[in-house]
Every structure is written in structure tokens, then in C-alpha cells.
Design a protein around this ligand. Structure first.
Ligand code: PEP
Ligand code: MG
Length: 760
């Protein structure tokens, strides 16, 4: 049985020239399709060339050269049925020397196709969905050559434009979000922010829609691609040299692959060849990408699949550059009920989205204590992280059910799944109602211990949460969030007005303002903090380290805060204090401003209280030195744990590696808690750990009596505290600390169950 590649020398250019004149000719769409199949059959020297298009949910034979003409508009296949259905369903190319050998082969007698052995078919794609299939059949059992397959793909691309313009397929059918043909998928990930949402997929970086496939001027298209390649390579080089690249979660491996692909001569050559065949720059990039996708799919290697994903990203970047469609979904206006899909997001990027429309977030990377996660948690937006290769499974506008409570994302759910999900949503709603009933109840344990439950905030909208949750106050106001949402460095007047508004909104409840903590995973686009490349920005020049050196920044903030708190108590807290002198210097900046304002006879705060965050372990060794000058201390468990475990909090590879309920963390916290009690230091915990009921139970057992948490956690944490006996929890924790078991989480969880403690 001969299986040698075809010796047919005709190229895609040949086909495209023909298609171009057919498209430009007069006549109706059907007549054009008839000419197209004739032309392609002739070009690849095939007995048969047919076009199937989707109509009323089925694939209908629309035009054929070589099959029985009576079968046109008669032969119809369901998605997934036969080889044609297989291609459309999987959006995949087939090239078979013996069609009958394929498990999905089906024979349609009315077409008279029994005599043909070889079969090749490519999907006709529009908006990432198959709207039809272009196929060729041959009597000889031979495989089509790569060149011919590429020519089919080129033709399919042009056909998609022709079909779209002629309204030959029902667009609503293609756009229908409940498309069953692709089947429901269930993807799993890592729980970053709990919650459930039903909505529609929107890509943070939308895929470029290709409007024109046939070029008017090949040289101009070539020039466009060359300059897009230059720009893309520049961008990749820049990303490599940027300090924050690492902390954004895109790790070195990805970067290396990006670079390798970006500079791959083979890739640019193939795009160039596709342009030679007469395609526009956009169509050429997409055509090459389709072909690569097909080849990669045939290689069953997970490592290559990962690489494919990087190449997809890069091809999309190139497409975005060449087409000038550079905006993110945030700038393009969101649809209602959006579930946003991204590889990763920075905190500022998330804040650009309209939070009323954003129902959920799915990240391919992401980690629990990255600032984007913290902000989403505060905004009540559920996030599922670490969902691998999501772009292979989800298409723009797909209906999604996001259930982060169970770490699942359902893609294109069936109506039964949707119903079950709605029932779960109602249950969660009921639970929320129970929690909101605790709004006016204090967090007092069964044995009468009062725990302060504050919230973490940072945006103007967060202030409403104070009353909604019934929290005792704001234990951490992240002032840098205001800097993140601004286009330029906020000045004194703007800051003063904002802090005044915050204090006004808080009324009698206390607010602890943390001075700016920029750097690390919160780079400001308009402020280049470091003139050197930082390999470890989280441990680098950030937070108070910047504040003390660029003291103009800190002076402006100090003055604004002091003026805003005229006649009230001002609580300020310094982040990342490692040694007592840093606290002293920061305090001196405030004292100077205070003296200055006093000399100007300005009204001053009634009281100024100074606190430090304990995030750098070194500070724990010098608390006795600091205690006499310190009004309060707040443990930032997010940073503290990253430094204790030497595990970057933004690195998705480490996202699941360490547990807050580990003996090392618990022992460390216990030591601080005991020291603070001995030195009479007012102590709280303001990291994310305190917002998780089981972890908060452990903190209470360690002696912590003041938590500052994300607003959504206030109800669950109050419920936990009100159902626990603090002295029993202390005994449990003493045991855990003494025995240092391998699985403290299980032990504490079983204990909570056995003692009817409500841990959600
Ligand atoms: C922390 O590090 O625990 C903390 C509360 O501060 P941030 O998360 O803003 O770094
Ligand atoms: Mg911190």
C-alpha cells in the first residue's frame, strides 16, 4: 500500500490565488463554494473535495467536488459523528491513508464515497470554534503531504472569512454559550479565594479576531510581521531584565522558553512562508499556530503540551502587536457576569476591572498570599488558581460554573449541572445569612473570652464593610492600594482628603494605617523604586526600606495622616521592620511632622499611637528592646511565613508546599505571643491566616486575642470563636506544640469536629 507523500507541487499560494478571484467574483455564496471545492480538488489533485458547514446544530454537506451531487444539503452529521464530526468537535486536523481504519469512521451511502481510501480534513474555524470542515478524499490510499495539509488550512482560513461574510452559518449557534458539542469539562485547581460564581469566560488578554485573511500587498504584510517580531522580542528581553518578573509568578523556565520561541528562526520562517502564500500577517500567524497545534497534539508528551501553552501565549502576543489590539479586557468593557481568565494578574491590573461585573477569577498561576489574591478576597471575588493549560479547555464566552469551595471549574455545564449548582448557591446564600445575623454579636468564646475582630482594608469601598460586617475596627489599612490605583504618585492634598474620608467613615471605630508597602509584588508603574535589578524583590528594597531612604514620600504621607486625624486618635504602623532603629527612624519622621504642624498652630491628633508589623523574623529577637517605645505590634503572617520558610509567597510552585498550621510557624507564633504578654505589648495578627477558621482557632489557642482579617471572613470567624472554649483550645495547642506532629491541620480539624467548633 503506497503511503509516500504526494508529489503534487502546487502550493497554498496557488489555491489562495484561486480563492481570491472566486471571492471577488459576482455570484451567490453557494456558487462560490462550488467553485472553491473544484479549485481545491484540482490544486491537490484529489478526486474529492467537500465543504461541510454547521447549520441547525448539524454538519451539513454544502458543496462537493467528486461526491454524489444529490447528497448536497442532504447529508448531515451530528457534531462528533464520523470523521467530519470528529474534526469539527475536536477542532482538529485528520490525515489518513485509510479512512476506514479510524475508530470514528462512518460510511454515508448517499454520497457514494465507498471507493475512496485516503481522507484529510481540516476544521474551518471562526472565533476559535469549528463552523465547518473542509475535506479531501482520494482513491489511492496515500497520506497527504504536509504542504498539502498546510494548503488546506490556508484555504479553510479564507473560507471562514467568506462564510462569515456571507452569513452561511448561524452565528448565534456559534456564539451560543451552551454549545454541547464541545462537551462539559471539569477542571481542578487550588483554592485561593473561596466562593462560587456562575458566569462567562473573558480572557484578560482577549484573543485577536482575524477579520481579513487574504493580503492585498504581500510585502506590506511581511514588513508588518517583521516589525511585530522586533517589538515582541524587545518586550521579552525587557521582561527578562525586569526585577519584578520573578515575583509576578512567571518563573525562569517559562521565560527561557519564551525567549527560545521568540527568537526561533523556524517559527518566523513559517510565518513568512504563509505570507508568501498570500495571507495577511494576522492570518499567517494564526495559520502557522493552527498547524503547530495539530502537530503538538499528535505528540503525547505532557512536557511538550506545557511548551505548546507558552507558544500559544507568544503567538497571541505577536497577533496582538501586529493587529494593534493591545488592550486588556478591562479596557474593552466587561460583559455582565464575567469570570476572568488569566495566566496571572498584578494587583493594579485587577483593580482596573469593574467589580460589579467581575464574578470570579481563574488563574493558571497564583498563590494564596499574593497581593492580587488579597485584594480579590477583600472584594469578595472567588479565585481558583493553578488551573493548568486552561486555554486548551475554555473558549471566550464559554459558560462557566466556578466552585472554589470544592476547587472545581465546570466548563460548558449541562443544564443538570447548572441546576445542582444553583441549589448550592442558595445554600451558600443561607449560610451567609446566618453569618450576617452575627453582625451585632461580639466575638466572645464559650468560656467568656472576648476576641477583637477587625478587618483589613485599603480601598474607599472597603469602608462600607465595617458596618456590614460589624467588625470592631480596621486593624490594617493598606495605604499603598491607593497608590496602586492611581496613575501618578498621589500628592499631599489627595492623600489628606482620602485619609479624612476613611476616618470619617470609620466613625468611632479605630483604624490602623500602615505606611506604604510598595515594592515586592506591588510595583508601581510610575515609580521605579530601585535602580538595580533585584533578584529577590520581596526581600529587597520595599516597604519601610524605601520609606526611610526616600523620606520625602514618607514625610508627605505622615503629614497627610496627621492632618487628617486632627482631633482624633491616629494609629500608624510600619511594615517590614527588621530592627528597632528602623522603627525609631520612622517614628521620628512622624514626630518631626507633628512638631512642624504644632509650630504652625494646626489642630493635631488627640493621640498618636505607633505600631510595628512583625513580618521579618529578626524583629522577634528584639521585642524587649522595642517594647518601651511601641504602642502595638501586628504579626503579618503572609510575609512572616515566606521569610520563615524561605518560600516566595508569590511563587505558584510553592503555593501548596507549606502550611500555616505547621509546628515551626505555630511554635514561632507562640513564642511571640508569650513574649508580648510578658512585655505587655498589645498584639494582633493581620495576615491572611487569621481569616481561615481552623487557622484562627489555632491562633486563639496560642493566646492571640486580636485578629484583623478580610471582611468576608468576619462572620465565619465570629461563629468559630463563639463556639469554642478558649482554655480547651489552648490545651490542644500546647499538645500540638509539644509533640510537633506531621499533620497538625488534621489533628486540629478532628478536634474541632469532636468539640462542635464551627470551622465552616
Ligand atoms: C502580611 O505580610 O502578613 C501583611 C498583612 O501584609 P501584606 O500582605 O500587605 O504584605
Ligand atoms: Mg506584609
Amino acid at each position: 500500500m503506497p503511503s509516500s507523500p504526494s508529489t503534487n507541487p502546487r502550493t497554498a499560494r496557488n489555491i489562495l490565488t484561486g480563492l481570491r478571484s472566486i471571492m471577488a467574483s459576482r455570484g451567490n455564496a453557494q456558487a462560490k463554494l462550488n467553485q472553491v471545492v473544484d479549485r481545491i480538488a484540482e490544486a491537490v489533485n484529489s478526486e474529492v473535495c467537500s465543504i461541510y458547514l454547521r447549520r441547525d446544530g448539524l454538519l451539513e454537506l454544502f458543496a462537493t467536488h467528486g461526491l454524489n451531487p444529490e447528497a448536497v444539503h442532504v447529508t448531515k452529521l451530528a457534531m462528533g459523528e464520523g470523521l467530519t464530526g470528529f474534526i469539527a468537535k475536536n477542532v482538529e486536523t485528520l490525515n489518513l491513508d485509510e479512512a476506514a481504519s479510524h475508530p470514528d469512521f462512518q460510511y454515508r451511502p448517499e454520497t457514494g464515497e465507498e471507493k475512496f481510501h485516503s481522507f484529510a480534513g481540516v476544521p474551518i474555524i471562526r472565533n476559535q470554534r469549528a463552523i465547518g470542515v473542509l475535506c479531501a478524499q482520494h482513491v489511492d490510499p496515500r497520506r497527504y503531504s504536509e504542504e498539502e495539509i498546510e494548503a488546506f488550512q490556508t484555504a479553510a482560513m479564507v473560507l471562514s472569512e467568506l462564510i462569515g461574510n456571507a452569513d452561511l452559518v448561524d452565528d448565534s449557534l456559534i456564539e451560543n454559550n451552551n454549545l454541547q458539542d464541545a462537551g462539559a469539562d471539569r477542571l481542578s485547581g487550588l483554592q485561593l479565594v473561596k466562593g462560587k460564581a456562575s458566569g462567562y469566560a473573558v480572557f484578560h488578554q482577549p484573543r485577536v479576531k482575524i477579520e481579513h485573511t487574504v493580503a492585498d500587498d504581500t510585502e506590506a504584510e511581511r514588513h508588518r510581521v517583521y516589525s511585530a517580531f522586533d517589538k515582541m522580542r524587545d518586550q521579552i528581553d525587557q521582561m527578562t531584565s525586569q526585577a519584578e518578573f520573578g515575583v509576578a509568578g512567571e518563573h525562569i523556565e517559562v521565560l527561557e522558553t519564551y525567549k527560545m520561541f521568540a527568537y526561533d528562526e523556524g517559527w518566523s520562517r513559517r510565518i513568512n512562508e504563509a505570507i508568501d502564500s498570500g495571507l495577511t500577517a494576522e492570518a499567517a500567524i494564526e495559520r502557522v499556530q493552527q498547524h503547530t497545534r495539530m502537530r503538538m497534539r499528535q505528540i503525547d508528551d505532557p512536557l511538550l503540551a506545557e511548551r505548546m501553552h507558552d507558544l500559544e501565549d507568544l503567538a497571541n502576543r505577536l497577533l496582538r502587536i501586529v493587529s494593534g489590539q493591545m488592550s486588556t479586557a478591562a479596557q474593552m468593557g466587561l460583559r455582565k457576569d464575567t469570570i476572568l481568565i488569566a495566566r496571572n494578574l498584578g494587583p493594579a491590573e485587577l483593580l482596573e476591572y469593574d467589580r460589579r461585573r467581575l464574578k470570579g477569577l481563574v488563574l493558571e498561576e497564583g498563590s494564596l498570599t499574593a497581593h492580587v489574591t488579597i485584594i480579590a478576597r477583600a472584594m469578595g471575588i472567588p479565585i481558583l488558581g493553578r488551573v493548568k493549560n486552561i486555554k486548551q479547555f475554555v473558549r471566550e464566552d464559554d459558560h462557566l460554573l466556578l466552585n472554589v469551595d470544592e476547587n472545581i471549574l465546570f466548563v460548558r455545564p449541562s443544564s443538570a449541572m447548572e441546576e445542582a449548582f444553583q441549589a448550592q448557591l442558595e445554600l451558600s446564600q443561607k449560610k451567609r445569612e446566618t453569618y450576617s445575623a452575627l453582625r451585632d454579636q461580639d466575638a466572645v468564646s464559650k468560656d467568656g473570652t472576648r476576641v477583637i475582630v477587625n478587618i483589613n482594608a485599603g480601598l474607599r469601598d472597603d469602608m462600607a464593610m465595617l458596618n456590614l460586617t460589624g467588625a470592631d475596627g480596621i486593624g490594617l489599612f493598606r495605604t499603598e492600594f491607593q497608590f496602586l490605583v492611581a496613575a501618578t504618585l498621589p500628592g499631599r492634598t489627595g492623600q489628606l482628603r482620602f485619609y479624612k474620608d476613611v476616618l470619617e467613615a470609620a466613625g468611632d471605630k479605630p483604624v490602623i494605617f500602615r505606611t506604604v508597602d510598595i515594592g515586592g509584588d506591588k510595583p508601581l508603574p510610575y515609580f521605579q523604586p530601585s535602580d538595580i535589578q533585584e533578584d529577590n524583590p520581596a526581600m529587597g528594597w520595599r516597604a519601610l526600606r524605601i520609606g526611610l531612604e526616600r523620606d520625602a514620600l514618607m514625610k508627605v504621607q505622615a503629614r497627610s495622616l496627621i492632618e487628617a486625624a486632627a482631633g482624633k486618635t491616629l494609629n500608624v504602623m510600619f511594615p517590614m521592620v527588621a530592627e528597632p532603629w528602623e522603627f525609631d527612624e520612622a517614628r521620628a519622621v512622624f514626630e518631626q511632622q507633628l512638631a512642624f504642624l504644632r509650630s504652625r498652630k494646626k489642630q493635631l491628633p488627640l493621640k498618636l499611637r505607633y505600631g510595628a508589623m512583625l513580618e521579618v523574623p529578626a524583629l522577634a529577637e528584639c521585642l524587649d528592646v522595642l517594647a518601651p517605645r511601641l504602642d502595638f505590634l501586628s504579626i503579618g503572617t503572609n510575609d512572616l511565613t515566606q521569610f520563615l520558610f524561605a518560600a516566595d509567597r508569590s511563587n505558584p510552585k510553592l503555593a501548596e508546599r507549606f502550611d500555616w498550621l505547621s509546628p515551626a510557624i505555630l511554635r514561632f507564633l507562640k513564642r511571640i505571643s508569650d513574649t508580648a504578654a510578658r512585655l505587655d505589648i498589645d498584639l494582633s495578627v493581620c495576615g491572611e491566616m487569621g481569616g481561615r477558621p481552623l487557622d484562627a482557632l489555632a491562633l486563639i489557642g496560642l493566646g492571640i486575642r486580636n485578629l484583623s482579617i478580610t471582611p468576608a471572613s468576619v462572620g465565619p470567624i465570629k461563629a468559630m470563636i463563639r463556639s469554642v472554649d478558649v482554655s480547651e483550645a489552648a490545651a490542644l495547642l500546647d499538645n500540638v506544640l509539644a509533640e510537633a506532629p506531621a499533620n497538625p491541620r488534621d489533628i486540629i480539624s478532628n478536634w474541632a469536629k469532636a468539640h462542635n467548633v464551627d470551622v465552616g
